[in-house]
Design a protein around this ligand. Structure first.
Ligand code: NDP
Ligand code: PMR
Length: 398
């Protein structure tokens, strides 16, 4: 397969090609979106009947636990009627890809003011302009998630604006699949886990107080996850697989002295990214367990689909970047455009029918949302607790 050719050019992954041969052989007969799909369908009979009663157009062909019926733009839902003011959503990494598309989708409704929390101020301003966002619908604020000081500074600056905080979207990420050596954040943590998990962990913990204070009818915190961190899927079985082990590397500081990988193993940039996504999904569930009842905040994660054209793959080899979009479009059929993915994340931000807490959302081929199942590791409550405790120490909260 063409993508395998690109993949095989990566020295760190050549050992896995044989395994992938098996994956590609099974491609034709597998529902490529997720292994857990059929499980979802089995446990879903009651909800499908209910959906049919509520919506006569609902057909058995739609494989969804929750089919979202987005209200027409001119018809306010009861949730929206309760408030007159615009909602304010902070989106990290809104200067490109999914974050930018979500900011645009929310701004276009006229009901949201988006705080674009970005490390490159000018890039974010240009990006907002390039997609046609109006000045009154967004504010760019500086945030570098690879620095805990910057995270604290962002929170201080945000509080100074005296804006309410209604929704926080932890979206930014880095992916370093070709790096031979680890790089590190300002405080010396391996960059992918440091940025994608630890930076967001501190941000979400600090901003939880601000979310609590909001009088908005539906307060939400969303942490973007991914299929590749879930080993109950085909995509999650492409080596190197996510695995946090017993968190010994994280516990020893993730600083390259002992190890720069969470499980204590050899550095592998692709695995570090997938591990960070497992951390994102575990953190969302731990937040839900600890705070949902007390605060009323909805905590959610999602896999928006494979947005194969974004900047996430900027460090991948050129051949991969050339072949990945057609591979996802025509072979796996997992591809979604940035615009479509932005609409999906915007639903998780504001759609009343996606207000359930503790859920990992996915979409089927008809773009209907459903509650997806996480892998064993990504739903391991004990691991989530341990991750929480170790992360608290690393970011200075304990
Ligand atoms: P992009 O690279 O387009 O966007 C990532 C964003 O994160 C950019 O705005 C980038 O800023 C920002 N960012 C990176 N490092 C930092 C930092 N230290 N501080 C602040 N911001 C930072 O990728 P995507 O849009 O694809 O990724 C968005 C999310 O979607 C990620 O969480 C990713 O894991 C997830 N995802 C993506 C999938 C895909 O197929 N693309 C699939 C599943 C999940 P800058 O513009 O300055 O580089
Ligand atoms: Mg994957 C259903 C099949 C499927 C889906 C939905 C994805 C999504 N991928 C699938 C299958 C395969 N991929 C197969 C069979 C292969 C072997 C040829 C394969 C390979 C592959 C590579 C080399 N895929 C990748 C890479 C990356 O570097 C991307 C990655 O893992 O980034 C961490 C990636 C992805 N595949 C996806 C998605 C969504 C990604 C982007 C990663 C993410 O954000 O999680």
């Amino acid at each position: 397969m063409a993508l395998q050719a690109a993949y095989s050019l990566l020295p760190s992954t050549t050992a896995s090609i044989h395994k992938e041969g098996r994956f590609s052989a099974s491609l034709k007969e597998t529902n490529l979106t997720s292994f857990s799909f059929s499980n979802n369908l089995r446990s879903d009979k009651i909800s499908i009947k209910k959906q049919r009663r509520q919506n006569p157009q609902f057909s058995t062909g739609i494989r969804a636990q929750t089919v979202t019926a987005t209200p027409p733009a001119n018809e306010a839902s009861p949730e929206q009627k309760k408030t007159q003011r615009k909602g304010t959503a902070v989106i990290t990494g809104a200067s490109s890809g999914l974050g930018l598309a979500t900011a645009k989708a929310l701004a276009d409704t006229g009901k949201w003011h988006v705080i674009m929390a970005c490390r490159n101020f000018l890039k974010a301003e240009k990006a907002a302009k390039s997609v046609g966002m109006s000045k009154e619908d967004y504010t760019v604020m500086h945030l570098d998630l690879a620095s805990l000081e910057s995270v604290k500074q962002f929170v201080d600056n945000y509080r100074r604006t005296e804006r309410p905080l209604d929704v926080l979207v932890c979206n930014a990420a880095v992916y370093q699949p070709t790096a031979k050596e680890p790089s590190f954040t300002a405080e010396g943590f391996e960059l992918s886990v440091g940025t994608n998990h630890l930076g967001h962990f501190l941000l979400s913990r600090l901003l939880l107080d601000d979310l609590k204070k909001s009088d908005y009818p539906s307060k939400r915190m969303i942490i973007v996850g991914s299929i590749t961190g879930n080993t109950n899927t085909l995509a999650g079985n492409v080596p190197p697989k996510a695995n946090l082990g017993d968190l010994r590397g994280l516990a020893s500081g993730l600083n390259g002295q002992n190890s720069s990988m969470i499980d204590g193993g050899e550095y592998d940039g692709a695995k570090a990214y997938k591990d960070s996504k497992v951390c994102n999904m575990l953190t969302m569930q731990e937040l839900h367990r600890r705070y949902h009842e007390e605060t009323g905040v909805t905590f959610a994660s999602l896999y928006p689909g494979c947005i194969a054209t974004t900047g996430l793959f900027r460090e991948h080899i050129p051949l991969f970047r050339l072949l990945f979009p057609p591979f996802q479009k025509y072979i796996t059929k997992g591809y979604v455009s940035e615009e479509e993915a932005g609409k999906r994340l915007a639903q998780v931000v504001s759609d009343p029918s996606l207000g359930k807490s503790g859920v990992y959302w996915s979409w089927n081929n008809n773009s209907s949302s459903f509650e997806n199942q996480l892998s064993k590791e990504a739903s391991d409550a004990e691991k989530a607790k341990k991750l929480w405790e170790v992360s608290e120490k690393l970011v200075g909260l304990a």
